[in-house]
Design a protein around this ligand. Structure first.
Ligand code: ATP
Ligand code: MG
Length: 392
């Protein structure tokens, strides 16, 4: 029944010149996701509206699924587009639409007309009243309710005419590329994929870094991270995944530093490495899946001690989320099932029995002096041996 979709997007705060930046980014991303579907589509922009029109046959559900992954889209409205052959022809198309969509359903409705084409010979109020009357005549189970209707029938009078009544929710947010690029610290857990998704949803392109520690972490643990990056990239577009061998650094910290400080010092080195990668690749911030109190390394004191080595902003979108809420999002974006596969990540191999939960930054800095002999070369080697995986 439908050959086209009207795309609703958030317009608040997006005015003037920015509006074009926003719309261009939105349309670019729509083209990308639609190119992965079976159909051929044209994107038509006119007077503050974006339409997707299918040429020939296409898979309706697949198309909706694709558009639901485009940040910035607030609603997807399957729309019947028809040429303007006057009111009588419009009225027939509308009755046919109501028949196919709702048949003899008992429901309330109202007609809402937008008359953009001022040459259409009737005012929008008149069109509302006339069409409403004809629908009432034809469908005895339907009633008008102008305040809380079950169905709002939208009629858009332009150079052609659009008729729609269903709005399928989109993800909201801002189109990718409208807010620069950031580096996600991506582990195999539940949290970091969600964190990446959330920041990308605000228009930020994502790259990622994964620290592995062979042979303590397996090839399968790494593959799991690659799989997670691929799942996240369905929303965020291509991700460049940097895989950093962290084994030597981790062993060295283990050898030299007090064991109750291991995790914090390790995390500080992860942040330092991620930050250098970020700066080298034009990323403006770091992203982690940290959340206050979740584990010993995420108490407020621990977060402060980790943050101490960062000069770039660190985005922690899950900071005040309960685990349950994070899980809900991870299920929604389809990363949960992969995240709970039981492969060790490098933090679980070297955890102390009793890690400090209230680290003091001055003491941690002092402990790191114990590493001064070799840590710089080790960092150099970690950068030099990085593996880059392009996730598309
Ligand atoms: P997650 O579920 O995201 O793994 P977590 O609850 O297991 O998080 P931690 O292991 O303390 O928490 O890690 C906190 C954050 O540090 C992660 O969300 C992630 O951003 C980053 N991180 C942890 N381990 C790694 C790793 N091996 N590679 C890259 N980033 C990591
Ligand atoms: Mg983890």
């Amino acid at each position: 029944m439908f050959q086209a979709f009207l795309i609703k997007y958030g317009e608040i705060g997006v005015k003037g010149k920015n509006r074009y930046v926003f719309e261009n980014a939105l349309v670019d991303r729509m083209k990308e996701v639609l190119a992965e579907t079976d159909g051929t589509f044209h994107i038509i922009r006119e007077q503050g509206r974006i339409y997707v029109e299918a040429e020939g046959s296409f898979d309706y559900d697949e198309t909706i699924e694709a558009l639901k992954r485009v940040f910035g889209i607030v609603g997807i409205c399957p729309v019947v587009l028809t040429e303007d052959h006057g009111f009588e022809a419009l009225s027939e198309t509308v009755l046919d639409y109501m028949q196919k969509m709702y048949g003899d359903k008992t429901m309330t409705f109202k007609v809402m007309t937008r008359r953009v084409n001022k040459r259409f010979p009737m005012e929008s109020m008149e069109v509302n009243a006339e069409l409403g009357g004809r629908i009432l005549d034809q469908f005895p189970n339907m009633k008008v309710d102008v305040h809380h209707p079950d169905v709002i029938l939208h009629v858009e009078l332009r150079h052609n005419i659009g008729i729609y009544s269903e709005v399928i929710p989109g993800p909201g947010g801002m189109p990718l590329g409208t807010n620069g690029r950031s580096m996600l610290l991506l582990s195999g857990g539940i949290d970091s994929p969600v964190a990446g998704y959330m920041v990308a949803k605000r228009g930020v392109y994502i790259d990622a870094v994964y620290f592995h520690a062979p042979p303590y972490t397996s090839e399968r643990a790494k593959q799991k991270v690659v799989d997670l990056a691929r799942l996240v990239s369905r929303y965020t577009g291509p991700i460049r995944l940097h895989v950093i061998n962290f084994t030597d650094i981790q062993m060295y910290i283990y050898e030299k530093c007090p064991h109750d400080e291991l995790t914090i010092i390790m995390r500080r080195y992860m942040m330092r490495i991620a930050q250098k990668l970020a700066i080298d690749t034009g990323c403006l911030a770091l992203i982690t899946g940290e959340s206050i109190g979740q584990v010993a390394s995420q108490t407020v004191q621990s977060l402060a001690a980790t943050n101490d080595v960062c000069t770039l902003p660190v985005f922690r979108p899950l900071i005040a989320f309960d685990k349950e809420d994070i899980v809900t999002i991870s299920k929604k974006i389809n990363t949960y099932e992969t995240s709970i596969l039981p492969y060790e990540d490098c933090c679980t191999t070297f955890v102390a029995k009793h890690p400090v939960t209230k680290p003091r930054v001055d003491l941690i800095r002092k402990s790191e002096i114990l590493l001064q002999e070799e840590i710089d070369q080790m960092m150099e080697r970690a950068f030099a041996t990085e593996e880059i995986i392009e996730i598309k």
